[in-house]
Design a protein around this ligand. Structure first.
Ligand code: HAM
Length: 443
């Protein structure tokens, strides 16, 4: 029997030639979150299953149909379907909520959901997300939404619509659930089996069902905005005012309920209609009850997550610019052992100073080595032949201009090369080229 070593359905490889696209998104997202006072958190890939059942919610599609769960010895573990639950668990377990509030963390992580794969919907996907804990104020909602908008803008994305809604607190939710039950009860027979159970336990989840019949029935269901209590109504009005002050365009969409149970008050989504059905590139909201529900203090919190694969699809579609990947700074073409050893020692020093230096590891002839240097886009090359070694100097060639500068092969090589490199960088800067270098902060 042939062994199946193909990657599983709904997963993707990111090849070296494409990784700069990911690094562009990650760099911009990190820098933006950092400028808003967020620091990175890293959490485990799997957690106790109960954590997700408690937080994401037992009547959600994610918990009911999409989790990857294993039984290891006596314990049930689940690969994280999202980042919020694990992040809040980590905040609680490590006492972050006893420190200065608000606590602000961001993460870049893989998530796992057993959905039907299609463009923009994977079984392993990646999120950039963040969570802020401690502030009950609508100014925090505006801050988090404006952060998300900032990232999308800095990625160069256009025509991404922001939809906002309030799904209230447990007080307004009770009346709303009653109205929903009354509405759906009349058409109970047409609902899917899962929604029968939802009707009893959590009728709001019917609004989020993926079955076309349930979706059709849900179209005319009552909307939560008509049931908000005074506090939730005020919170929403203030958020709208702040967004207006910030010049952030939004649309109120009372149909947005989100697919996870922990939300209260504000929910929002950034959506594009340019990439088909999976157009939500970012989703988030407030979840004031979750921390207490997980055994912590009563601390309000909120956040969002962006699907990195979806961002990349839209960036490609809109021909957004990516930061340029790093290339070889200097390539040493060698002939024989002595020359190789020289290349090794000079490269070692250059690397210490942050340069990307390479030399032949394949035993190729000089011609083939130069061909290789061209292929990898080396900025400079140096041929280390017998003459060069005996004279103690070599010509460093600028591969773009063809210009050559003679540099001594002693301990001044690095300093001299550095000034050559610096001049080239200044020339490129004048031409506006290096500004988009992914590793501009290194070399
Ligand atoms: P979510 O809406 O389930 O929210 O996911 C956030 C984003 O992840 C989506 O908007 C989408 O871009 C991406 N995404 C979700 N599922 C898939 C998939 N199967 N394939 C590719 N991309 C996908 C959450 O996960 C919440 N934890 C967000 C949050 C953080 N709310 C508060 N804090």
């Amino acid at each position: 029997m042939a062994i199946n070593i193909k990657r599983p359905n709904g997963t993707e490889d990111v090849l070296p030639k494409d990784v700069h696209r990911w690094q562009t998104v990650e760099k911009i997202a990190r820098e933006t979150a950092d400028s808003f006072g967020f620091s990175e958190i890293r959490i485990p890939t799997f957690e106790n299953t109960e954590l997700f059942m408690r937080s994401v919610g037992e009547t959600t599609d994610v918990v009911q149909k999409e989790m990857y769960t294993v039984m290891a010895k006596e314990t049930k573990f689940t690969l994280r379907p999202e980042g919020t639950a694990g992040t809040i668990r980590a905040m609680l377990q490590n006492g972050l909520l006893n420190e200065a509030l608000p606590q602000r963390v961001y993460y870049i992580l893989s998530c796992f959901r057993h959905e039907r794969p299609q463009a923009g919907r994977l079984r392993e996907f990646h999120q950039f997300g963040l969570e802020m804990a401690g502030s009950p104020s609508p100014s925090a909602d505006a801050e988090v939404i404006s952060l998300a908008k900032n990232i999308l803008d800095r990625l160069g994305l256009k025509n991404i619509k922001l939809y906002i809604n309030s799904i209230g607190c447990p007080t307004c939710r009770a009346k709303y659930h009653e109205a929903l039950r009354n509405y759906f009860e009349n058409r109970k027979d047409e609902l899917c089996e899962t929604c029968h159970e939802r009707l009893e336990k959590n009728p709001m989840r019917i609004l989020d069902c993926k079955s076309p019949v349930c979706q059709e029935i849900a179209k005319n269901a009552p909307v939560i905005l008509d049931f908000l209590c005074d506090e939730c109504g005020e919170h929403f009005e203030k958020l709208k005012k702040y967004l207006g002050n910030l010049g952030i365009e939004y649309n109120v969409n009372p149909k947005i309920v989100r697919g996870l149970d922990y939300y209260t008050k504000t929910v929002f989504e950034f959506v594009t209609d340019e990439i088909g059905a999976q157009g939500t590139v970012c989703g988030g909201g407030r979840y004031d009850g979750l921390i207490e529900q997980l055994g912590g203090q009563k601390v309000p919190a909120l956040g969002f997550a962006m699907g990195i694969e979806r961002l990349l699809i839209v960036m490609d579609k809109q021909k957004c610019e990516f930061l340029t990947p790093r290339k070889c700074d200097i390539y040493f073409a060698t002939m024989g052992d002595e020359s190789l050893e020289k290349a090794m020692s000079i490269s070692h020093e250059l690397r210490e100073y942050g340069y990307r230096a390479e030399f032949d590891l394949m035993g190729r002839g000089i011609k083939a080595q130069m061909k290789y240097a061209n292929k990898i886009g080396a900025s400079f090359t140096v041929v280390l032949g017998d003459n060069e070694l005996s004279q103690g100097t070599a010509k460093v060639k600028d591969m773009e201009t063809g210009g050559e500068v003679e540099i001594s092969l002693d301990d001044k090589f690095r300093v001299n090369f550095e000034s050559l490199y610096f001049n080239k960088m200044m020339d490129s800067l004048e031409d506006g080229e290096m500004l988009n270098n992914l590793n501009g902060d290194v070399k």
